[in-house]
Design a protein around this ligand. Structure first.
Ligand code: HEM
Ligand SMILES: [Ca+2]
Ligand SMILES: [Ca+2]
Length: 306
């Protein structure tokens, strides 16, 4: 049972904080010019928040007594730039105290981050409220692992209303950003995964020279060597030339349920953009808290003091 979804509305803050969306956009733009990868982080945050229980900023809670942070899960490995969420939230608190939820910051920063990365502009509703709890114990149920089977990935997305076409499109998020070696070495050592292009495998071995990388070492490879900071259909072109990084990426090009969509998206960036927008919108409206549910956190890292 999904409650709340229909209570989101366009411009929810039009009376209570008319400049809210503008403030977020300004901060996202400024941060992008200082640290381009913040925009990449906002996109990943949307996924990691919205699939775990719903778009309720549960992701942002820190570990304190009684709360175990979702960020501490292995599935959150490599997530970065959380401190800049506080920068955005602070600007909003200066404009209108205790009004704009952290869950809406997650959604709108992803929307504006997508634009900074050359992706489509997605019209998003607002009015999400923030959870009073973290769902750390179920993160692994909701977020697939990098080497899960395609059928389990498809059923995960299906459960939040995203079909196979939408799933192929939303994984196009991996057209930007990076993957750490710990998530890659299984495909390189002891023998190279035969579905990986041999030249690309050599490149990746250069980036990840040992089969047992120190998880704390910042050894990584870019998701998309062609246009690493652009949300475009190079992801699909790479998959067709066997240059997908994660097992879940490469599987999209080998499964008959997803391959036709990969081919179509590789050939048509407009079609990719359209499907990506549709899927991101569905993700951003997954099971929000609305109305009297939850709260508007003053500090995204902590539940309000009662
Ligand atoms: C089957 C689903 C997915 C799996 C298994 C998955 C897994 C991963 C993994 C393992 C990484 C690399 C982490 C690291 O080593 O640093 C990553 C990065 C990333 N993921 Fe996903 N992901 C999935 C879906 C998504 C979706 C739906 C989005 C957004 C809508 C997304 C956005 C990103 C972004 C932007 C990065 C790059 C982060 C950075 O460079 O800081 N992912 N993902
Ligand atoms: Ca959540
Ligand atoms: Ca790209």
């Amino acid at each position: 049972f999904q409650f709340g979804k229909s209570e989101l509305q366009l411009n929810y803050y039009s009376n209570s904080c008319p400049k809210a969306e503008e403030v977020i956009k300004q901060e996202v733009t400024k941060l992008y010019h200082e640290h381009g990868n913040t925009a990449v982080s906002w996109l990943r945050n949307l996924f990691h928040d919205c699939v775990v229980q719903g778009c309720d900023a549960s992701l942002l809670l820190e570990s304190v007594t009684g709360i175990e942070s979702e960020k501490a899960s292995g599935r959150s490995f490599g997530m970065r730039n959380f401190k800049y969420v506080n920068t955005i939230k602070k600007a909003l608190e200066d404009e209108c105290p205790s009004t704009v939820s952290c869950a809406d910051v997650v959604a709108l920063s992803a929307r504006d981050g997508i634009v900074m990365l050359g992706g489509p502009r997605i019209e998003m509703k607002t009015g999400r409220k923030d959870s009073k709890e973290s769902y750390a114990s179920v993160v692994e149920e909701f977020i697939p692992n990098h080497n899960d089977s395609i059928s389990s990935v498809l059923s995960r997305f299906q459960s939040i209303g995203i079909d196979a076409e939408g799933t192929v499109a939303i994984l196009g998020a991996h057209s930007v950003g990076r993957v750490h070696c710990v998530n890659l070495v299984d495909r390189l050592y002891p023998t190279v995964d035969p579905t990986l292009d041999p030249d690309h495998a050599e490149y990746l071995k250069g980036r990840c020279p040992t089969p047992t990388p120190d998880p704390k070492a910042v050894l990584y490879a870019r998701n998309d060597r062609e246009t690493p900071m652009l949300l475009d259909n190079y992801y699909y072109k790479n998959l067709l030339s066997h240059k997908g990084l994660l097992t879940v990426d490469q599987e999209l090009a080998s499964d008959p349920a997803t391959l036709p969509f990969v081919e179509k998206m590789a050939a048509d960036n407009g079609y990719f953009s359209e499907q990506f927008s549709r899927a991101v919108l569905l993700l951003s409206e997954n099971n929000p808290l609305t109305g009297d549910q939850g709260e508007v956190r003053k500090d995204c890292r902590y539940v309000n003091a009662s």
